[in-house]
Design a protein around this ligand. Structure first.
Ligand SMILES: [Ca+2]
Ligand SMILES: [Ca+2]
Length: 239
């Protein structure tokens, strides 16, 4: 849809209608295009004339309209668990996202990892300088402890992927449901050990100071009697 307005004199004159190139591109159909309806109104808004099937344009490729986005997804994804300290448990889940760019530059990507039952595990993002005419993989790194603490086995879902090239902030890429990972057991990921009662910094020891904290919290009604007894019991086993 396009419209224009001019102050006309008597006699034949030309009015120009500008159709947005992005709209033509997003329609993804090659021309010729049909100028379907024309309504002519005078300046008080009443219809002066009307024509249907007015004109067929010459042939165009829709791809000739609007510039190509500078960054796009190739549709290739990969995932793997990474064990950085060789204790057999994964410290993080790495998802690789295939990306290509139409010109060299920084690409920013973010997405969130979800469990199959729709709980969010974590958002991750990354920035990389990418080169044109190459297949690039951008990596998203998700924390293994958060995956473990979801208590839900994979496949996990990569959702709400958002990506843009810093050379063109207007043409971003968004995909609601980007990728499903392979199957993982949440127990394959490293989770923090459960801390003993009274062990506030979770180092396996209830120190004198930590016990004093517990007693003061108990005195203020913030710590239950049996929790304090358990903390005292854990404290007494030190050394
Ligand atoms: Ca590990
Ligand atoms: Ca401690």
């Amino acid at each position: 849809m396009a419209s224009t307005e001019s102050s006309l004199k008597t006699g034949n004159q030309t009015m120009l209608l500008n159709f947005n190139g992005d709209d033509v591109y997003n329609n993804m159909v090659d021309g010729p295009y049909i100028l379907k309806y024309i309504v002519l109104q005078n300046n008080n808004g009443t219809q002066a004339d009307y024509l249907e099937n007015v004109y067929n344009t010459t042939a165009y490729n829709y791809t000739d309209f609007a510039s190509k986005p500078l960054v796009s997804l190739t549709g290739n994804y990969s995932d793997n668990g990474l064990d950085t300290n060789n204790d057999i448990l994964y410290d993080c889940l790495i998802i690789g996202v295939g990306v290509q760019v139409a010109s060299n530059g920084n690409v920013i990507i973010s997405a969130r990892l979800m469990t199959g039952n729709g709980n969010e595990i974590q958002w991750a993002s990354n920035t990389s300088y990418l080169y044109e005419n190459q297949t690039n993989t951008m990596l998203l790194r998700f924390n293994g402890t958060l995956i473990h603490d979801s208590l839900i086995n994979g496949p996990y879902q990569l959702k709400d992927l958002y990506m843009y090239h810093t050379g063109d902030l207007e043409k971003s890429v968004y995909v609601a449901n980007a990728y499903n990972t392979s199957a993982y057991s949440y127990t394959a990921f490293f989770g923090l050990p459960e801390c003993k009662k009274g062990d506030e910094n979770c180092d396996g020891i209830v120190s004198d100071f930590e016990l004093l904290d517990c007693i003061s919290e108990w005195a203020n009604g913030l710590f239950a009697d049996f929790d304090l007894l358990e903390a005292i019991n854990n404290w007494s086993k030190v050394g």
